[in-house]
Design a protein around this ligand. Sequence first.
Ligand SMILES: *Cc1c(COP(=O)(O)O)cnc(C)c1O
Length: 226
Amino acid sequence: MQELNIKANLQSVMTNIPDDVDLVAVSKTHPVEMIKEAYQAGQRKFGENKAQELILKAPQLPNDIEWHFIGHLQTNKVRQIIPWVHLIHSVDSFKLLQEISKEAVKANRTIGCLLQLYIASEETKFGLDLKEAQELISLFRSDRLENIVIRGVMGMATNTDDEELIATEFKSLKGYFNVLKTEFFSEGDQFNTISMGMSSDYKLAIECGSTMVRVGSMIFGERTYL
Ligand SMILES: *Cc1c(COP(=O)(O)O)cnc(C)c1O
């Protein structure tokens, strides 16, 4: 078996990431011991994609960790993650946003949210198109949902080796971000995050305007699903 050195992996990823781009270390499927190792190497932002897993791990780890929820989120799972989560990357319906707001108010927390936009040329991925995102923000405004800050957008490129296609998709997400920012937000609004790029494509994502990359296997090694 290959020796895993989380600290060295983290450092080598960091050398490719400019200071103004955030790194979310995607720790899904990995045990808290491995998260602790990354924490000791200085990493503070971690990403999980399952509510159950997040609420199991978070209480066992230092409370200055910033938890990012990056998976598809069902409304009936919102309540359990609200005490822990800092930024939800995967808002793909107004109903979900309403639920996040309702539970955030109850918990007296303010939760950052990204709108997940559909950019891939695959059928399987979740996400809004630009028009749906515009409608969602309009509703968010007219309904005055509380305890939510819409911080930007998230997207996942097609799972392919075709770098040109991936770059086109990343650039389209950056374009959607610009449209939404111009139409709905001003500088004081904290609408400043473009979450795109994973282990295989984070460097390309940064070239295309990413401000937040979500890197898992390059840091923690391959995942084994039981
Ligand atoms: C798992 C996951 C990642 C990280 O994937 P790696 O290829 O391991 O870097 C990033 N984003 C989302 C939404 C994920 O589910």
